[in-house]
Design a protein around this ligand. Structure first.
Ligand code: 13P
Length: 345
């Protein structure tokens, strides 16, 4: 394990104005995304869609790394060039999703635990051989009546720390993702409480298991009202709650926070990211705050592409534009007026 190298990779992933594209949808999730545009989820369509994103000219100014799925890290592009090479030849760092998804948590019917620790050390070594330089594991915390339970938070945090330690031992930067879901009609205080408890336990477990904070990144949710809450908090409130929560839970030694978009619309995720960065700069927050968006970066290009080769240029323009706006938000320089400038790309 080379901590200096891990720390350098972690820093490069959160270089100023840059963030991560999460393109690691599992087979089930990418099928749902393709269903929404009436495209069949075949291996070739998945390749064409992802290759289109990876080859978008100029997007490397905004995208530092891409999280891949197992299929994609082994997949050649249409001309036979491995997709990993398409990325690394443009200075984009390849990463890999390594968890195996969620299962119901025993004795707690509305909660989940993430699986995938068995055999993980060998898989991590293989992924590194295939070109990955960082890894991702997602834990899911539901908010609702009497949940999350301490048990759910503890088992998920424990698994996140186990994965993080194994990743660093395999010379991969772990992206630790404890996602408090926005599904539900709960208010922002409930999200704050669940996020605070989750982050406290996650960093306690990371410490107990010897994970180097300098050689990892955190991928948390923003502190938000539930998606079906009657009165959803505006961006300034989201920023206040989120920064306050993080100040109480995230050690300053950890270099970067890369948010998930978590089902927010792309413009909502961008407005909130901007407000959080404006406030973080004002209060002198110690971490770089950036993005690791899936839907927040892909909604526009996915819709524009619609499975048609003729739409590739327009979809790449949509992706470039969204990445540019998200990058502006990372620097606290986004304004909603920038949304209209898509055609200028
Ligand atoms: P979203 O930004 O769509 O939440 O995806 C990010 C991710 O990687 C979830 O694991």
């Amino acid at each position: 394990m080379d901590i200096a190298k891990l720390a350098a990779t972690a820093k490069a992933l959160v270089a100023p104005g840059k963030g991560i594209l999460a393109a690691d949808e599992s087979s089930g999730t990418i099928k749902r995304r393709f269903d929404s545009i009436n495209v069949e989820s075949t291996e070739e369509n998945r390749r064409d869609y992802r290759e289109m994103l990876f080859r978008t000219i100029g997007v490397d100014a905004y995208i530092s790394g891409v999280i891949l799925y197992d299929e994609t890290i082994r997949q050649p592009g249409a001309d036979g060039t491995p997709l990993v090479q398409v990325l690394s030849s443009r200075g984009i760092i390849p990463g890999i999703k390594v968890d195996k998804g969620t299962q119901p948590l025993s004795f707690s019917p509305n909660e989940l635990v993430t699986e995938g620790l068995d055999g993980l050390a060998a898989r991590l070594n293989e992924y590194r051989e295939l070109g990955a330089r960082f890894a991702k594991w997602r834990a899911v915390i539901n908010v609702g009546r009497d949940i999350p339970t301490a048990r759910c938070i503890e088992v998920n945090a424990h698994a996140l720390a186990r994965y993080a330690a194994l990743s660093q031992a395999a010379d991969l930067v772990p992206i630790v993702e404890p996602e408090v879901l926005m599904d539900g009609d709960h208010d922002i205080d409930a999200c704050y409480d669940a996020t605070k408890a989750t982050l406290l336990e996650t960093f306690a477990q990371l410490d107990r298991q010897g994970v180097s904070l300098e050689g990892m990144l955190l991928k948390p949710n923003m502190v938000l009202s539930g998606s079906s809450a009657p009165d959803r908090a505006p961006a300034e409130t989201v920023a206040e709650y989120t920064v306050d929560c993080f100040k109480r839970t995230i050690p300053a030694a950890m270099p970067g926070i890369v948010f998930l978009s978590g089902g927010q619309s792309d413009d909502e995720a961008t407005v909130n990211l901007n407000a959080i960065n404006v406030l973080a700069a004002r209060v002198g927050a110690p971490w770089t705050i950036s993005y690791s968006f899936g839907r927040g970066l892909q909604s526009a290009p996915l819709k524009t592409w619609a499975g048609q080769a003729a739409n590739v240029s327009a979809a790449q323009a949509a992706f470039h534009h969204r990445a540019q706006l998200t990058s502006a938000a990372q620097q606290g320089k986004y304004t909603p007026a920038m949304e209209g400038a898509a055609a200028a790309v």
